[in-house]
Design a protein around this ligand. Structure first.
Ligand SMILES: *[C@@H]1O[C@H](CO)[C@@H](O)[C@H](O)[C@H]1NC(C)=O
Ligand SMILES: *[C@@H]1O[C@H](CO)[C@@H](O)[C@H](O)[C@H]1NC(C)=O
Ligand SMILES: *[C@@H]1O[C@H](CO)[C@@H](O)[C@H](O)[C@H]1NC(C)=O
Ligand SMILES: *[C@@H]1O[C@H](CO)[C@@H](O)[C@H](O)[C@H]1NC(C)=O
Ligand SMILES: *[C@@H]1O[C@H](CO)[C@@H](O)[C@H](O)[C@H]1NC(C)=O
Ligand SMILES: *[C@@H]1O[C@H](CO)[C@@H](O)[C@H](O)[C@H]1NC(C)=O
Ligand SMILES: *[C@@H]1O[C@H](CO)[C@@H](O)[C@H](O)[C@H]1NC(C)=O
Ligand SMILES: *[C@@H]1O[C@H](CO)[C@@H](O)[C@H](O)[C@H]1NC(C)=O
Ligand SMILES: *[C@@H]1O[C@H](CO)[C@@H](O)[C@H](O)[C@H]1NC(C)=O
Ligand SMILES: *[C@@H]1O[C@H](CO)[C@@H](O)[C@H](O)[C@H]1NC(C)=O
Ligand SMILES: *[C@@H]1O[C@H](CO)[C@@H](O)[C@H](O)[C@H]1NC(C)=O
Ligand SMILES: *[C@@H]1O[C@H](CO)[C@@H](O)[C@H](O)[C@H]1NC(C)=O
Length: 837
């Protein structure tokens, strides 16, 4: 062999190597790939990206998807991410240039429709793009132009393209907004240009840079507009970043280091997964178990469509059509049904919670409703066939779902979790449960032992732990007197003096600030006291002060309450000049009035053991750090024997007489209507900022409440309203409503006073309020009682009825008569009467 020959061979060799490296990326028509041999695939020049059949999961090797993958992470799939084919499937790159995926029975599952485009070859690029080429190098079709669920760096995502995954899709609008849509109808997420960028785009396109920046491009934009950053942007090398629409409806950015095959989330469009419409299917309710979203059903009136896949939603066990007369509304606290602007099938009205419930019950098509408790009073009536729920303690709304009676709420959260989460019985669970039970029994025995020996100081530590255990189970915590002495630093910081004893500020061992009430004059035995404490502490409501624990030791009787940062309402209403820092505007006052009414309603009508408060006054309405009102001291009246004369003396001596109903003076039994009277007095004071029993030259030496009625009669509503509010933005309609309600509440005849539930509805504006009768003066000290027979003839008040606008949302307005005031008290409830009413 001479030198020339050697050189010729070398040259040929080099040509061959060059040919193979170069051409191996090119695929010629006629090539095929088979799912039965997944190791043969088409690979990009640098080997990082390949196109071939990949098993859907390692546990199920009979089902495949035809995908382009990067280190085994799929970045494009023929027919979309949910297309699965069997192990006899074939991908054919036909001689005519069409790319088609056939399943085992030669059925065309997917094709590129490129038969007549003179395709000469195909190529898989290192960028992850697979192109069909015409005339050697012109792209006729590519995966970048036909994306499935992923956007890769250097991919140009233009108008009209969509990413899709199941019912979810992502697209770009002409305005430059990015949107996520459910079932081509509900847009549940959108993000657009900052409003300070004032341009009209011509043909926007979206690009994703490999360093992790998602930007919007347009001729009109001088620089690309950055939409989102990956949390690790511009970090590291050999990291593939991409944007993917996941099957859970969220758009996310991921980073994957080369060769690892793992990906980590670096950005997501919807930060609150439960806000993705339809995430839990129809009637599914999304909630969080720790940080992961879980799906449940609204109540036991529903079943999972597929218990193994709870995201498929829920169905009614009994259809509404099958129970037209017994339909009722199931209440879901802290829950909402997702409502987005584009959803035309939901109607928005502004009414209170109760009307929101009734309006849906009365509506033929209404499936569910959500009442926002964020102050807007908005109520969404869901008429569509698909509703998507979200429940979380942090949501300020209440929802209702129409079900057939009886409504069967889900069991409480600890068991409810099992229903809502993906909990499965595993073999090791049973021994663990048995062991835990044994341990719990020992703990219980230990607890009882500690209980018996708790007075011995040696067990102080254990008893504190036991107290926590007890708290966790929902019962009030037992505190020793010593503990409370320590917590209050020896009863040093006095917060106030209530009808039942002094209140001190204290700090528990776990740094929780509390209010400790030292009860006086309680002669009851330990057992009776514990029973009352149990009743009080089982009474939970947003507008009632929570009882944390108690102490009953020897003659000591103490109650430990949650601490209310802003103290009692009287400090804000009747302040002196030097306190003028404390002032409540009208909005706060009205909310306090409503909250108080709701709290009392709960005590009277909604809780298990109904409680008459007997001592409602501004001093017993406490405000938390956000000025939310909570009623305190409920249930205490029972602690003192009602026949005990001392109680009466106690109360009257302590000066709450101004709020006491006339029947009290007449020595008649106190009923819930007595609380209504006291509430009416408080309500008037909230509006006026003055004590009702105040007598001044300005009020013609009359008691304020009587003077107020006279002024109201003359039409001078403004004179009743707190002067300090008038220059502020006081809502006169609300104020008038509140004044009317207060006059109804302070009617002398208990039967003429409305029930608290009605008071709430009147304040909310759900009911029209007729002109009240004049509240007769209650002679101080005289036990005139019920012998005064007031005219309850409506014609005596032929004046114009002061109507409060009723939200006009309903089809039929009906007139119902309010209990107890037959001839005069007409209400118009904008709801149809139904069996549920
Ligand atoms: C493609 O084929 C190569 C070699 O045959 C193999 O190592 C690789 O795992 C295959 N890729 C996929 C995604 O199956
Ligand atoms: C191929 O697809 C068709 C249509 O979806 C289906 O009817 C057929 O059962 C499939 N064949 C196999 C082997 O999966
Ligand atoms: C090819 O054409 C069929 C029928 O018109 C269509 O269903 C399919 O979506 C097309 N495929 C692509 C990749 O556009
Ligand atoms: C394909 O090639 C033929 C002949 O070269 C030409 O007439 C035809 O226009 C081409 N079709 C396309 C879609 O380019
Ligand atoms: C395609 O190939 C032709 C000739 O082979 C060349 O002139 C042209 O620049 C190539 N175009 C691209 C986009 O590579
Ligand atoms: C994306 O494609 C559109 C339309 O083909 C084009 O106008 C635009 O310049 C492209 N954007 C980028 C960043 O390449
Ligand atoms: C999606 O929309 C279509 C047409 O609007 C409708 O027929 C279908 O029931 C919807 N899907 C669901 C799950 O509601
Ligand atoms: C675009 O998105 C912004 C939020 O970024 C939103 O306020 C606006 O209404 C959206 N515009 C359209 C047309 O969807
Ligand atoms: C818009 O951008 C400006 C400056 O880039 C920024 O100060 C402003 O907060 C942005 N506005 C919104 C609504 O994001
Ligand atoms: C946006 O620009 C147009 C004309 O360029 C101008 O008329 C309009 O007032 C601008 N709008 C804002 C909100 O700056
Ligand atoms: C502190 O302890 C009390 C009762 O023992 C309990 O009610 C409260 O929730 C605890 N606070 C915290 C922050 O754990
Ligand atoms: C009723 O109201 C009208 C207008 O508000 C007033 O003119 C009329 O005097 C009122 N009637 C009575 C009886 O007060």
């Amino acid at each position: 062999m001479n030198l020339h020959q050697i050189m010729a061979v070398q040259f040929l060799f080099i040509i061959l190597i060059f040919f193979f490296t170069f051409v191996s990326a090119d695929i010629s028509p006629g090539s095929t790939l088979r799912a039965s041999n997944p190791n043969i695939n088409w690979t990009s020049p640098d080997g990082t990206v390949s196109l071939g059949f990949i098993p859907i999961s390692s546990s199920n090797p009979t089902s495949y998807s035809l995908s382009i993958s990067y280190s085994s992470i799929p970045i494009w799939s023929a027919g979309g991410p949910s297309t699965e084919v069997d192990s006899n499937s074939v991908l054919q790159f036909t001689a005519s240039g069409n790319l088609q995926l056939l399943n085992g029975s030669d059925y065309v599952i997917w094709q590129s429709n490129t038969s007549n485009l003179n395709i000469s070859s195909a190529s898989l690029k290192d960028t992850g793009e697979f192109v069909l080429l015409r005339n050697g190098n012109i792209s006729a079709w590519s995966t970048f132009e036909n994306p499935t669920d992923t956007i890769l760096p250097s991919q140009n995502f233009t108008l009209g393209k969509t990413l899709s995954s199941g019912l979810y899709s992502f697209s770009l609008l002409r305005s430059g907004n990015l949107t996520l849509t459910w079932n081509d109808s509900i847009v549940y997420w959108t993000m657009g240009l900052n409003s300070s960028v004032n341009v009209t785009l011509t043909s926007p396109s979206l690009g994703f840079q490999s360093i992790g920046i998602l930007s919007l491009y347009d001729q009109r934009l001088s620089v690309p507009y950055i939409m989102a950053y990956s949390s690790d942007y511009a970090e590291g090398s050999d990291i593939l970043r991409f944007v993917k629409l996941d099957s859970d409806g969220n758009l996310r950015m991921y980073s994957s280091a080369e060769g690892t095959g793992t990906m980590s989330e670096t950005w997501s469009a919807v930060s609150d997964q439960c806000r993705v419409f339809g995430y839990c299917g129809n009637f599914g309710v999304c909630s969080y178990n720790d940080l992961s979203p879980v799906c449940g059903c609204p109540s036991e009136n529903f079943d999972f469509v597929d218990p193994r896949d709870r995201r498929k939603g829920c169905t009614r066990i009994k259809n509404i059509e099958d129970c037209p007369l017994t339909a009722t509304m199931l209440q879901l606290d802290h829950a909402l049904f997702l409502t987005y602007d584009a959803e035309l099938s939901s109607q928005v009205v502004v009414v209170g919670t109760t009307a929101c419930r009734f309006n849906c019950l009365a509506g033929d098509n209404c499936q569910a409703s959500t009442s926002l408790s964020d102050g807007t009073g908005q109520c969404y009536l869901k008429a569509s066939d698909f509703v998507s729920g979200y429940q979380s303690a942090a949501l300020p709304s209440t929802s209702f779902v129409k079900v057939c009676s009886p409504a069967e709420p889900n069991p409480p959260p600890d068991q409810g979790n099992l229903r809502g989460s993906d909990w499965k019985l595993r073999p090791w669970v049973i021994p663990v449960v048995v062991l835990a039970t044994v341990v719990a029994l020992f703990a219980l025995e230990g607890g009882m032992w500690v209980w018996c020996c708790r007075n011995s100081p040696k067990f102080g530590e254990l008893s504190a732990q036991y107290a926590l255990f007890e708290y966790a189970s929902g019962a009030p915590v037992w505190f020793s007197h010593k503990e409370l002495q320590r917590a209050t630093k020896g009863f040093k910081e006095k917060l106030g003096e209530g009808g039942f004893g002094a209140v001190y500020r204290g700090i528990l061992a776990n740094r929780t600030v509390v209010a400790v009430k030292q009860l006086e004059g309680i002669e009851q035995g330990e057992k009776q006291f514990r029973m009352e404490v149990a009743t009080i502490s089982s009474t939970h409501h947003l507008n009632l002060v929570r009882l944390i624990g108690f102490c009953s030791e020897g003659r000591h009787r103490l109650l430990v309450y949650e601490f209310m940062k802003n103290g009692s309402l009287d400090n804000f209403l009747f302040m002196t000049e030097e306190q003028s820092g404390k002032f409540l505007d009208w909005e706060h006052r009205f909310n306090i009035a409503l909250a108080t009414a709701r709290g009392i309603t709960y005590l009277h009508e909604e809780c298990r053991d109904c409680i008459v408060h007997c001592d409602i006054k501004p001093e017993n309405i406490l405000l938390d750090e956000n000025y939310n009102a909570k009623v305190s001291d409920f249930g205490l009246a029972k602690l003192i024997n009602p026949k005990d004369h001392r109680y009466r003396t106690l109360t009257s001596v302590r000066g709450t007489r101004g709020y006491l109903a006339p029947e009290w003076l007449a020595n008649l039994p106190m009923t819930s209507k007595s609380d209504v009277y006291s509430y009416g007095m408080v309500l008037l004071e909230i509006v006026s900022g003055r004590r009702n029993f105040e007598v001044s030259p300005e009020t013609n030496r009359k008691k304020f409440s009587l003077w107020a009625y006279e002024e109201f009669d003359k039409g001078n509503v403004e004179r009743i309203v707190d002067r300090r509010l008038l220059d502020d933005s006081v809502n006169m309609e609300q104020a008038t409503r509140a004044i009317l309600v207060s006059f109804w509440c302070i009617q002398e005849q208990p039967s003429q006073r409305p029930m608290m539930g009605k008071v709430v509805q009147m304040l909310e504006g759900i009911m029209e309020i007729d002109r009240p009768l004049t509240p007769k003066p209650v002679a101080e000290g005289s036990a005139s009682g019920t012998s005064i027979n007031m005219s309850s003839n409506a014609s005596a008040f032929s004046t114009n009825s002061t109507s409060v606008p009723v939200p006009s949302s309903s089809s039929s307005l009906q007139t119902a008569e309010l209990e107890g005031a037959s001839s005069t008290f007409k209400i118009r409830a904008d709801v149809k009467l139904s069996p549920d009413l």
